[in-house]
Write a protein that binds this ligand. Structure first.
Ligand code: ATP
Ligand code: MG
Length: 439
């Protein structure tokens, strides 16, 4: 197709007018008819040009409109006016790139749909209004009120109060969170994350029944094993003590070693049982205690441990507020474990228990001037079976369960426990328990 440049056409047209003016004037024609002829020719050329431009413009407009309606197959044909043709080709190039991008996005979307569809856990997304934007098939199976053809509010589909509360709380404090919840007889791990740009919340509900079953099997196994081991160990301990009466010096040494190891095993079994009992029995029995009498009693219980040591136990209780609500039996265990540790790692000096109570909470510090804990171990000492100084004589070190029991009991009281320590200078554990009401 022959193309014309708009600029070129205008130059030719103006040139033609000048030539025409010259020819007419030179042929002796009068000025007025000359101008009339020129006006007529200009109008005609203008009309033809306008018609051409209008047709080309309409062609571009029609096609871009079709594209905007979703028909991406449309392309602008070659146009006669060069400038329009260039514009048309640029639009075609842009449409080509757009097609490529849309194609890629469609592939990704399909992949994502397949992945989400194969996930066995319920996955869904909620918009800012609280309507379910999309959900996978596992969600539809779990919540049979869900109808994917309608945009439903999540509370129309989800009826479980714990789950509804979680979603509501999540809206008010939207940092990524994970929480264990139970629906009927099943346990789930619920996690959510928010996309503030898209104003969407994505939630995932994972069934953890199997994990719970395995945990329960593990606990049952430990409880049974501990039960089976206790009787023979008590017998070994009892008979080795009885043999002390007739043993000579060499045998006495062997008997002490047997007793030492038997005691370690009995302690391990006791610790394991305590930990499992604490984990199984989430409830605590809060009672108001008098801290002065409570710690007097603790001192009495622990006094035999101090007999052969050059370590003194000092207790300093705030006398202004001596009453506080705790679970007395579990609370006792905290100080037994912490003081036992301090005693184990302190050769000479003092272990101090200091408490300060306010209307809101109770702060208790247990400090010693013993060997201290190296900074690299501090973050891990509350883990089960974690023993910081493995090079120590195995006879004097424990099994690493004491502090996890302490942490568990503090958590049952909704409290916190922190530790600070300096090698060679000592260790301080700080426990803060919020004030609770006696049941
Ligand atoms: N007061 C302390 N001084 C120095 N190290 C400590 C102190 N308390 C705890 N630790 C370190 O932290 C580790 C973990 O303590 P934890 O009470 O859990 O276990 P354990 O005392 O070794 O064994 P268990 O208490 O089960 O008999 C200890 O092995 C020890 O290395
Ligand atoms: Mg310990």
């Amino acid at each position: 197709m022959e193309k014309h440049s708009l600029n070129g056409t205008l130059i030719i047209f103006n040139g033609f007018n000048l030539v025409l003016l010259g020819v007419l004037l030179r042929s002796g024609m009068q000025l007025l008819p000359t101008l009339l002829i020129m006006l007529l020719s200009t109008s005609m050329v203008q009309f033809l040009t306008f018609r051409l431009l209008n047709r080309q413009y309409k062609e571009i407009k029609d096609i871009t409109e079709k594209v905007s309606m979703g028909d991406h197959s449309q392309r602008i044909p070659t146009l006669n006016v060069e400038e329009f043709n260039e514009l048309g080709q640029s639009i075609n190039k842009m449409l080509g790139k757009l097609d490529g991008t849309i194609g890629h996005l469609a592939i990704h979307r399909e992949e994502l749909r397949l992945i989400v569809g194969t996930i066995q856990d319920a996955l869904w997304s909620i918009n800012a209004e609280g309507k379910i934007e999309w959900a996978n098939s596992a969600f539809a199976q779990l919540f049979n009120l869900y109808d994917e053809t309608r945009m439903q509010y999540y509370w129309e589909v989800i009826r479980e109060v714990s789950l509804l509360n979680y979603i509501r709380e999540f809206d008010s404090s939207p940092e990524n969170r994970i929480q264990e919840i139970s629906l009927g007889e099943h346990a789930y791990l619920l996690s959510g994350s928010q996309n503030p740009d898209a104003q969407r919340t994505v939630l995932l509900l994972q069934n953890i029944d199997d994990i719970h079953r395995v945990e329960q099997m593990k606990k049952d196994f430990i409880v049974n094993l501990a039960h089976e081991l206790r009787t023979p160990l008590t017998a070994i301990k009892g008979f080795s003590e009885a043999m002390e009466e007739t043993a000579d010096n060499t045998n006495m040494r062997y008997l002490k070693i047997i007793q030492n190891h038997t005691n370690r095993l009995i302690n391990l079994i006791n610790d394991l049982q305590t930990l499992i009992r604490l984990e199984q029995n989430y409830s605590i029995n809060l009672r108001e205690i008098n801290l002065l009498t409570f710690f007097d009693n603790i001192k009495l219980i622990l006094s035999p441990l101090f007999e052969d040591k050059e370590v003194e136990l000092e207790i300093d209780i705030d006398p202004a507020q001596p009453r506080f609500c705790v679970d007395p039996f579990k609370f006792e265990q905290i100080f037994i474990n912490l003081v036992e540790n301090s005693l184990r790692y302190t050769e000479k000096g003092k272990i101090l228990i200091r408490s300060k109570a306010t209307d809101k909470d109770l702060t208790i510090e247990i400090s010693d001037n013993g060997s201290g804990i190296a900074p690299e171990h501090l973050p891990r000492i509350f883990e089960r079976f974690y023993v910081a100084d493995k090079s120590r004589n195995r006879n004097s070190s424990g099994t690493g369960l004491g502090l996890s029991i302490v942490k568990h009991i503090v958590a049952l009281h909704n409290g916190t426990i922190d530790v600070s320590s300096a090698l060679g200078r000592g260790t301080t554990f700080t426990i803060v328990i919020p004030a609770g009401k006696a049941s």
